[in-house]
Design a protein around this ligand. Structure first.
Ligand code: FE2
Length: 270
């Protein structure tokens, strides 16, 4: 548990001014990974408008609502068009000063990949190697690569590293429990941009981990800036309360989802 010491307050003050410094440089505050209940109704307990309003309150400029897309899922809602949220709520976001980017979290048999600024047809993407054929304007981010579950690429990330533009630094960590460590090491060794996200399923998770991007407020400029590593990861470990709730959320909150995940885990290991 974080102690109440002069040092911890100095550190908080330091982080606060550091963030102010980066904001002063007019970098864009971006969320690259978030979900809503608009298409997959069990994913969150908030809708796109609530998410957009919350992002505004938290000073974000750009939002990627990355609804899941899993072409072979046994659950019908995961096979639906994930861009409906983008299409239906882009005007609302624009009204609120938020740039919404067309994006999805695509489930390949090896694991998930975030496709940011994807304006093509998802029917053209089936296998991991299809990513090679996507235009330069699409940013391919590997989310939570080493988070132990079968929806994570794990070693397939390293084996196919040339296919990806960036790797995620997930919000879900504590000082002494951090599954991002391997991704951080690989990002440093290979010079791959490390992108902070909230993988948002609950509004209280937003703001602990995000990315500042040195770009114009348009999708292609943002994609170019990330690829060129003109970004700043802003991150802090989750408070215990949020960390424990996120653990509960992704495990016991929905028994049917947990059962479904367990079956998936068993199938992926056979
Ligand atoms: Fe996600």
């Amino acid at each position: 548990m974080g102690g109440f010491t002069p040092f911890s307050w100095l550190l908080k003050l330091h982080n606060f001014f550091k963030q102010l410094f980066w904001l002063y440089h007019a970098m864009l505050k971006v969320e690259f990974h978030s979900h809503t209940n608009y298409i997959q109704d069990t994913e969150t307990d908030y809708g796109p408008k609530e998410l957009i309003d919350h992002a505004v309150r938290n000073g974000y400029d750009v939002l990627c609502i990355t609804e899941h897309y899993w072409p072979n899922s046994p659950i019908e809602t995961y096979r639906r068009d994930p861009f409906r949220t983008y299409e239906d709520f882009r005007p609302y976001a624009e009204e609120k000063g938020i740039l919404l980017i067309r994006a999805t979290e695509f489930f390949f048999k090896e694991g998930e990949v975030l496709l940011i600024n994807f304006n093509g047809d998802l029917g053209d993407v089936r296998e991991l190697k299809d990513l090679e054929r996507l235009p330069e304007s699409v940013l391919k981010i590997v989310p939570h690569p080493f988070f132990l579950t079968s929806n994570c690429l794990g070693d397939k990330f390293v084996e196919n590293i040339g296919l990806f533009d960036a790797v995620e630094h997930s919000f879900f960590y504590r000082k002494h429990f951090n599954l991002n460590r391997k991704a951080i090491r690989i990002a440093k060794e290979r010079g791959i941009p490390l992108v902070g996200t909230s993988d948002l399923h609950n509004l209280r998770w937003m703001g602990y981990n995000y990315t500042l991007v040195d770009a114009d407020k348009d999708p292609e400029s943002i994609v170019r800036a990330v690829r060129g590593n003109k970004i700043k990861l802003v991150t802090q470990p989750l408070p215990w309360k949020v960390f424990l709730y996120a653990t509960y959320f992704h495990s016991f909150k929905s028994p049917s989802k947990l059962l479904f995940k367990l079956i998936g885990e068993i199938r992926s290991r056979i």
